[in-house]
Design a protein. Structure first.
Length: 335
């Protein structure tokens, strides 16, 4: 039996393996971050640096992103939505490793190679994740835009993100580089923020036109969005300073876990990305001569062919006897 062909001629099995390979790379990066955190745990970081405990909570809080991407992309390889989650998780992993690497190189001088170059090369992971944040909402849950009118938002997010990623390769903080670079960095970053906001509005527009399964999926996402919204609103009113940075990071990790779980249930439970449904035809039953001429059984041919409909034949072999038209049909066929 030939395997179903995926995107670009790749088989479905090959694409599933690629999805889990991306997930494994992200998890290895996060494991390396946790290893460096464990090595430097007993050493105090200088002021202005995020404590080891909070960095560990941040690492644990994003583990669900690459895992979710691997699950969706491996089961729905023809949909771009799972791949967006996979690359989004990879970007977050690179960004966190850059911070952890720089922090450990600061407390243990000479212990790591290229203490400035490697964090600089990993720095574009943050802009990459920010760029894909818009597409996580624009493409939910069908893997397609809500309508052609939202192409402008997708293009704005893609172009702005590409420019910001390119600047991040050359400057650690493009907005602080000065001159034209800072102006461009501020403009494209603002465009990305606006794109994220408009992408959130696309979910509202999609919900108004959705029905059935798609509407239920959007409800799952809305429930998780409430947790994320509470976290953002709490930060704006100063709850992070009241509760402490450690507790606040734990709340952030919890809200992220709720988001990953809601998206996973919404996508994988309802199977909207099944493109090809192959139904094997059920074998047809052969009847002796006289079946088609029987008025009592003529209308129930669909039952014998596998169609699920109530059998309402009026023949009762126990109390009313066998109908004359059906006597030949119920007798064994001659050898």
């Amino acid at each position: 039996m030939e395997q179903d062909q995926g995107t670009g001629g790749m088989s479905t099995r090959a694409m599933a393996r690629l999805a889990w390979a991306l997930c494994a790379v992200s998890l290895l990066i996060l494991a390396l971050s946790l290893f460096l955190i464990a090595l430097g745990w007993s050493t105090l970081l200088p002021g202005g640096r995020t404590p080891w405990r909070d960095q560990a909570i941040s690492v644990v809080g994003i583990i669900g992103a690459p895992v979710l991407g691997g699950l969706i992309a491996s089961r729905r390889p023809k949909s771009p939505y799972g791949w967006v989650w996979s690359i989004f998780g990879l970007g977050l992993s690179l960004q966190l490793l850059a911070g952890v690497y720089a922090s450990y190189a600061l407390v243990e001088p000479g212990s790591l190679v290229a203490p400035k170059t490697i964090p600089h090369l990993l720095n574009p992971g943050g802009p990459l994740a920010l760029t894909l944040g818009s597409f996580l909402m624009l493409l939910f849950p069908t893997g397609r835009l809500p309508s052609p009118r939202w192409r402008f938002v997708a293009r704005t997010a893609g172009v702005s993100g590409a420019v910001l990623i390119a600047l991040s390769f050359f400057f650690i903080s493009p907005d602080q580089a000065g001159g034209l670079v800072s102006v461009v960095a501020v403009v494209v970053a603002s465009a990305l923020v606006v794109s994220v906001f408009l992408s959130a509005l696309s979910l509202v527009a999609r919900y108004r036109r959705a029905d059935g399964v798609e509407r239920q999926q959007l409800r799952w996402l809305a429930g998780a969005a409430v947790l994320v919204g509470v976290y953002i609103a709490g930060g704006l009113i100063g709850l992070d300073r009241l509760l402490g940075e450690g507790v606040w990071n734990l709340i952030n990790a919890t809200s992220n876990a709720g988001l990953y779980a809601a998206v996973g249930v919404a996508i994988l439970r309802y199977r909207l990305y099944e493109i090809d449904h192959h139904h094997q035809p059920r074998p047809r039953l052969r009847f002796p001569d006289g079946y088609a001429s029987c008025p009592l059984l003529r209308g129930h041919r669909g039952v014998a062919e596998g169609v699920r409909r109530p059998h309402r034949t009026a023949v009762n072999t126990r109390s009313r006897g066998i109908h004359p038209c059906n006597r030949g049909a119920l007798q064994p066929a001659a050898p």
